[in-house]
Design a protein around this ligand. Structure first.
Ligand code: MG
Length: 453
């Protein structure tokens, strides 16, 4: 059977992988999956192709007998919120997240506000590829209406938070959907807000959409020059938030993950979920508060599923996707901004002080070319060989690649989901140790790639 969905919904270049025809059929496939009834909320980011895909999805959904609640341009987490708020059967978000402007994508949400798992996506694929699309008769066609849920979403968040003083925050929306929420949300909480790239523009002229250090130079400068307490940057659909401290430095995501994890823990034994590639700094922060870390596969859907399973208090990954299950099971950039401020408020500390109090764990990343079709075979052979190469392994995780936990660090060997590489990541207490671990793993990996066929 063919494959439509990647790690975060359907994603690709518009006119190539993502076409109007596909959007119509996916709308109809979802309606078929839902039993040709019920309502679906539909949101989009500001990409040039989003209106086009929205029209097509509406056609597909209506032709399959579902009603459509059109949210217009909203951050992805607002779709997750709206599914539950409006009592809908499912949600659809049109976005390619942090990908360049020529991309777009389609992501599905279930009635609990959680992104479709790969099993649910396979059910949609079975309908699509099996040509089991089921349109309804003329008198059963659905109805579409526009609904504004942004105010309700902001009230939900502000209702649960209060800050003891006014903070100055610079928000870099990257011309994405976050511009419609985060600046207003923070002002509602009494913050003074300075915005950058806060007009919606499907060409994203302001900066690269990934909220990573190379794209955040301007934000760092402005945070310093206006004397802000915090800088926040979103990707195109604002399901992610990166932070800049008051000194104008981009916060290392793993450290921020550790800090927020610790801040969310209220009682001993509570669980935080993170991915196999997150730093040990998360374990340190969580252990200090008597909590427990559960690791899962890379990707926000896996994190959400594990949060649900373990009733965790928080989950996040180093890609700056943070999930606060007290509100919902979707990564939420505006909510993350609020939670960071809440942490500054309750600790009374500056973000730089909190970050600098954490240990620095050097990380080494390398990659070895490997054709996609050989990855599975190589990984299978690798497990016993790596175990032999690293005696005294404390923990072996094979949920996503192979992660060997050692006394003084860890090494992760994991095939890239999108490119013909197998990646090696090693983290040690000292740079030399990280390099040594990465070197050993790369040597074994190259030997296996070289010999197996
Ligand atoms: Mg995103």
């Amino acid at each position: 059977m063919g494959k439509l969905f990647g790690t975060s919904g359907v994603r690709g270049v518009v006119g190539e992988q993502v076409t109007p025809e596909l959007a119509i059929d996916l709308g109809l496939a979802l309606a078929t999956h839902l039993g040709n009834s019920g309502s679906v909320v539909l949101g989009k980011d500001p990409r040039t192709s989003s209106d086009m895909l929205e029209s097509c999805l509406i056609s597909g959904l209506l032709s399959g007998g579902c009603d459509v609640k059109r949210l217009g341009i909203v951050p992805t987490p607002v779709v997750s919120f709206a599914v539950r708020h409006l009592g809908a059967e499912a949600g659809v978000m049109i976005t390619a997240s942090h990908n360049p402007p020529e991309y777009n994508g389609i992501k599905f949400w279930d009635s609990s506000g959680m992104a479709y798992t790969s099993e649910q996506e396979e059910e949609i694929e079975a309908i699509y590829f099996g040509k089991k699309l089921s349109p309804v008769a003329w008198d059963k066609i659905g109805e579409a209406e526009s609904v504004d849920v942004i105010q309700a979403y902001m009230e939900k968040i502000t209702g649960a938070v209060s800050l003891s003083k006014s903070y100055k925050v610079v928000v870099d929306c990257g011309n994405g959907a976050g511009a419609l929420v985060t600046p207003y949300l923070l002002r509602k909480l009494g913050c003074k807000v300075v915005t950058l790239n806060s007009h919606l523009d499907g060409f994203f002229p302001g900066r690269g959409l990934e909220p990573s250090p190379e794209n955040l130079g301007e934000l760092c400068e402005v945070v310093k020059s206006v004397g802000a307490d915090l800088g926040i940057a979103h990707d195109g659909d604002a399901d992610r938030a990166a932070a800049v401290d008051e000194m104008g430095r981009v916060a290392q995501p793993d450290k921020l993950l550790g800090l927020i994890s610790a801040h969310q823990l209220r009682r001993k034994g509570e669980v935080v979920v993170t991915t196999v590639d997150a730093s040990s700094v998360v374990d340190n922060c969580v252990a200090e508060r008597g909590g427990k870390v559960v690791r899962t596969r890379v990707g926000d859907v896996s994190v959400a599923a594990e949060i649900k399973k373990h009733r965790a208090v928080f989950g996040g990954e180093p890609s700056s996707a943070w999930i606060f299950p007290g509100v919902h099971l979707a990564p939420d950039g505006p909510l993350a901004a609020v939670k960071i401020l809440e942490m500054l408020d309750s600790t009374g500390k500056k973000l730089s002080e909190l970050l600098d109090a954490l240990p620095e764990y050097p990380t080494v990343r390398q990659k070895v070319p490997c054709p996609n079709e050989r990855k599975a075979g190589v990984m299978k052979k690798l497990v016993p060989m790596l175990k032999k190469e690293f005696p005294g392994v404390a923990e072996v995780l094979t949920i996503d690649g192979i992660r060997l936990g050692l006394k003084d660090g860890w090494v992760l060997v994991r095939p890239s989901g999108t490119e013909p590489y197998i990646r090696v990541t090693a983290e040690g207490k000292a740079p030399a140790r990280a390099r040594e671990m990465a070197g050993k793993a790369v040597k074994v990996l190259k030997a296996v790639v070289g010999t197996s066929s």
